[in-house]
Each structure stands twice: as C-alpha cells, then as structure tokens.
Design a protein around this ligand. Sequence first.
Ligand code: OXD
Ligand code: MN
Length: 578
Amino acid sequence: MARLCEPDDIVWIDGTDSQREALEKEAVQEGEIIRLDQDKLPGCFLHRTAKNDVARTEHLTFICTKKKRDVGPNNNWMSPRAAYAKAKAIFKGSMRGRTMYVIPFSMGPVGSPFSKIGVELTDSRYVVLNMLIMTHAGEVVLRQLEQEDKFTKCLHSKAQIDINKRLILHFPEDNTIWSVNSGYGGNVLLGKKCLSLRVASFLARKEKWLAEHMLILGIEEPNGQIEYIAGAFPSACGKTNLTMLEPPEGLRKKGYRIWTVGDDIAWMRVDSDGALWGLNPETGFFGVAPGTNSETNPNMLKTINKNTIFTNVLQKPDGTVWWEGADGEVPEEGIDWQGRPWKPGMVDENGKPITGAHPNSRFTAPIINAPTASFRLEQHHGVPISAMIFGGRRQHLAPLVYEAFNWQHGVFIGATMASERTSAQVGKLGEVRRDPMAMFPFCGYNMADYFKHWLAMGKGMNKPPRIFHVNWFRTDQNGKFLWPGFRENLRVLEWILDRCNNKVSAVKTAIGFIPNASDLDMTGLDLPDGTLEKLLAVDNQDWLEESKGIKDFFKKFEGDLPPEMWQEFEALEKRLKS
Ligand code: OXD
Ligand code: MN
C-alpha cells in the first residue's frame, strides 16, 4: 500500500498518551485542528471539513462483490476488478509529502470472541485522533493480532478531497475497505459504518450473528436488576438521546437508573445460554451537535465537556463552541463552520439563514465520559438483550407502541419500517421512506438475504427477545406532537419490560399488541383527555393504505424475498380486512 500511496513516512499508532499529544500538537500547528479553551473544555479540539464533505455520500458508496445479485437493490455495486482498478489510479501517489499512519484497532473489547480487528492506513491526523476515541487502538491490538490472523484491511487517503474522485468501496469477500477523497467521519472512520455495519453484516450472516444499526441501553430497577433493550431507528429519530435518558420526574421515585451501552451499533450473538447477547463495538459517540441541550440530553452535555473533538460547529470568541439548539443565548458573533465571521441573522444570497454550525456538525467523545456509561462496556460477552425496538417517524399511522405477535412477525415489522422525511432532508416533506431495521444504507449484502438471516437467527434462540415498534412522533390534526418524547419515553420502555416479564396483558389489534391505557404509568405527566387513546389508536383503513407501499417495496426484491415475509404481509391484510 505504501508503494501505491507513496507517503514520505510511515508511523505506527501505539495508543499511548504521549503519541496522541504529539499528534494533537502537530495537527494544531498544521491548522488541521484548533485547540479550544483548555480551562473550559480540557482536551477539546475543533475541526472543519471541506464544504463539499459534510456527510456520508451514499451515492459514492459501493459494495464490490463478484456477483451483482449479492448486493441487492439496497446497494450500489461495482465489480471488485473494476473498483480496485479505478481506486488504484486515484490512490497512486496520494500520500506524497504526507505521513501514512498505521492504526491497528479492535471493534469490541480486545480479545473478546465478539470483537473484530482492523488495520486502517490513513494520511489524516484527524482520522487517527478520532479512531483513538471511537475504537480500542494501538499496541495492545497488535499483540492480539499475533494470536488471530484475520483482520479487515482498511485504506484511507484524503487525497485532494475531490468529490469527483471520491469513492467509499467495500470488498466484503476480501475483508477490505478503501476510502478516498473524503475527510468526513462516516466515510473515513473505517471502523464505524464501513467495518462495523457493512462488512460486519456480511460476516455476521456467514458466522450466524447480527451486526445492527442499533442502540443498547440498560434499565436498572431499585432491586439492582438491569434489563437491556436494543433499538433501531433511522437518523433524526432520537437514538442518542434515548440511550442516555434521565428518568422523568414522575417515575424518578421508582428509582430507575439508565445505563448507556451504545448509541449507534450493536453486535449480537446467541451465547451458550441460548439467549441473545449484545455489545457495542465502539468506544465513543460520533453524535450530531445541533439540538443537543440540557432539555434534550443533559447527560450528553456532561459527556462532551472534555477530551472531545468537535467538527463543523461554531467557534466562539472565548474559545468554546456553539450550535443551533444549544443552551443559553445565541452568541453575538463567532466563526462559522466554514471558517467565516458569523453573526446571528445573517442570510445567504437566496435569503436563507446562514447557520453557525452545519446541521450535520458532530462531536466525537469517549463513552466513558458519560455519567450513564455502563460498567459492562468492557465485558467480553456484552449484555443480555430482553427486547428489541424498531422505530420511525410517523405523523399519523403508527401507534405510540405495539408488540409483535412472535419473532417472524417482528422481523416483518422491522423489514417494513419507514420514516417520514423531515424538513432537515431534501425531498418532499412527509414522504415515507422505507428503511428496514434502519439498515438500508448499511446492510453490506442483499437485504432479501438479510431478512432470511434474521428469520434463521430467531430459530436459533431458546428465548428470542420480544420485538416492539415505537413511534414518538404522532401528531394531532394541527400537526402538534401528541407525545412529549425524550425522557417521557421511559414510560413506554417500562411497559415493554413489563410485557417481557409477563407482568401485564395487552390488547390484540390487526398490527400487534397495544397497551391497555391503564398499564402505562402516567404519574407526573398530564396529557389532555383523550390524548393517550389517540396515541394508541390503530386505524385499519390507514394500514390498508400503508400495505400498498409495503407491497411495492417488497416487489423490489423480486423472487429473492423469503416467503415468510409474503405470508406475514397476507396475514396482515387479512386481519385488517376482517
Ligand atoms: C449515521 C451516523 O449517519 O450514525 O447514521 O452517523
Ligand atoms: Mn448511525
């Protein structure tokens, strides 16, 4: 690889504080990062990406397998031969005048049978500093690698950050990832989406486990028992906030404590007890900054006040940072995410407000900074999963919560998950986008085979987790949210655990089981009369309309879709019509 990229120098990342500090110093000198006020934000830095490099570029992301059929309608495909040839021409000499850093990293605790090792070669110090937060990296991983021979080969060069030559390539059959011409986290921290979801999902199917775009949180009862829930939600549905929630006032007296295992990725296996156990392969959060404040996520504010790298947020004159939706007053001035002087109220040439922070600006912070960090983060077997929840943003259709009849029905619920576009996304407002298990952009193979794999996993468990669907976003006829969300969501999680422990009965509807309204603990939450009923209502006519969209989506997989999914589809239609 060095012969291809031609770096001036090669440096191995050893994971020591002294090497990290030296790299931070160099990156500051080179203008790659800015040291923030070290009294107010110790160990914190700011980085700005190029203007054309602020988010994952799905249209430039490819899965490269011998057969096109194997990537399915959910991925872009290139043949490995064509992809390597195209990328080699771009990587050629791309590191001239730069250093190539070699980062040995482990996704998951070093030495755990759940974990996977990768080695990322990169010419970006920003990538190294982020990988040191997001993964176990350095000497200790190299020692582990001596005992295993398999690892994912990851190559990254920022090259010229030329969007016309940007490629994010996955070669799952070779356990290889190549990424070039980007410096944005989701495209270049190759342990994250690329390894832990796209390549890992491919490996997980072969090795009979699950690599999912899911949070994991623990709920501890006063008797010390902790139950863990895994949850898949598309972006902008509050995954990070849910993992760290503070119990609402009314439930506080019950003495619950919430433990954060992960906010983005879950790797889950059937362990020797026949139950599903999961861990978070990452050691950090790569979270969206805008909207993070003491109401939406007070624990995150306590997490990102040290040893954190901020990307594309507003720099304040006092050496701290700000973003839209942060606590306190809007600063009178600052330097925006593009490095330009900024004042509130500025508009661009089309009259659109200029934001101080990019809407997808991020923080990279160690999970152990979180007051809610689980004490089981480093446990080699992870945590037992009692329930799985799927969620989307649906203004009208889906009730606050419903439970699948069984595992197969739960897989159908996950496979038909959908969310409405928000004004934060380009496209028609309210348009429904299908995102099965929130994995549509991350499943590294044909999703029809992925559904088959989920069905098979259910058969391999003694007691599979119960599956639920939640919707925090139902609105009334004026478009106002019916449910307050955020910390109040614990009331729904409590019902979910009660169902798992057979403590409460439920009402059978055409789509699944919904709560008896009296089984949701509403202490301290005064919803207007009739609101809870509206939140739990299931309108069969609306669902029949929805089933048309499901059918069109399933048809994309042609003959590959497992028959069980069509059986569930037909059974749903029958229940809706009866
Ligand atoms: C995402 C992320 O894009 O977690 O889903 O960054
Ligand atoms: Mn994600």
